[in-house]
Design a protein around this ligand. Structure first.
Ligand code: ZN
Ligand code: FE
Length: 256
């Protein structure tokens, strides 16, 4: 059995598209479809035929290209049960704890509400890859549009509990701005300072800063580090709950 191939490419102004390909069966999944033309061009470039779309959440910049690709390819569209009414192209719905096969791998569905209430993430267990949509970003997390801070914190904790070597693909290239903000709440973090320099160099060279890993995020992403004592002293929140510290960091980012 061959390993799955993952191919990431930029879409729209700051989204990413990703294709997952199984060389044995030829099955190919797009994770969200920010833009039909760009995803189709990536498929053509690879010589892959679209068989599945896995949808993380209902926002337009993740779903707008689905209908066009579906009618062109007849692919199966799998997405969140809780957002069925908002994503009319869904053929199959899944929710937290569901599991389905793709290629030789098993995909675990992890519900991560907060950015939207029905957001789901896809964990390819054997491949050790997770697609976090707009829940977890490199050194950042999604804005809380539909849920609340406690909900988003609980969602991020689920992702933080995945094995450290898990590769993380997310919906947007927000890394440079996230790094700048992260340094304002976690200025003494050496790993963060080093990474901020690395991502600045990557962006200056026009290169992506993603994917990342759970281990890298645990070391540098302030939104996963609400329990960290240096961040807590910096925020003067030594005895608050982790969710409260997280909420304060999210609030500061929203107003940065
Ligand atoms: Zn979104
Ligand atoms: Fe988005």
């Amino acid at each position: 059995m061959s390993e799955l191939e993952f191919y990431q490419f930029p879409c729209l102004s700051d989204n990413y598209g990703v294709l997952v390909h199984d060389p044995d069966s030829g099955d190919t999944a797009a994770i969200d479809v920010p833009d039909a033309g760009t995803v189709q061009a990536a498929l053509d470039e690879k010589g892959w035929k679209l068989t599945h779309v896995l949808v993380t959440h209902h926002h337009f910049d993740h779903t707008q290209g689905i209908e066009e690709l579906k009618s062109a390819s007849g692919c199966k569209v799998i997405g969140p049960q809780a957002e069925k009414a908002k994503i009319p192209t869904l053929d199959e719905t899944v929710s937290d704890g569901d599991r389905f096969g793709f290629g030789g791998d098993m995909v675990d569905v992890i519900s991560t509400p907060g950015h939207t209430l029905g957001m789901i993430n896809f964990h390819f267990r054997e491949s050790r890859v997770v697609f976090t949509g707009d829940t977890l970003f490199a050194m950042g997390c999604g804005r809380i549009f539909e849920g609340d801070a406690q909900m988003m914190w609980d969602s991020l904790c689920k992702l933080a509990g995945l094995p450290a070597e898990t590769v993380v693909y997310c919906g947007h290239e927000y890394t440079l701005a996230n790094a700048k903000f992260a340094l304002t709440v976690d200025p003494g973090n050496d790993a963060l300072q080093k990474r901020a320099e690395e991502v600045a160099a990557l962006r200056a060279a026009g290169k992506p800063t993603l994917p990342t890993t759970i281990g890298t995020e645990l070391a540098t992403n302030p939104f996963l580090r609400a329990a960290n004592s240096e961040i807590r002293s910096h925020l003067a929140m030594k005895s608050e709950s982790d969710a409260k510290v997280f909420a304060e960091i999210r609030h500061r980012k929203d107003n940065a």
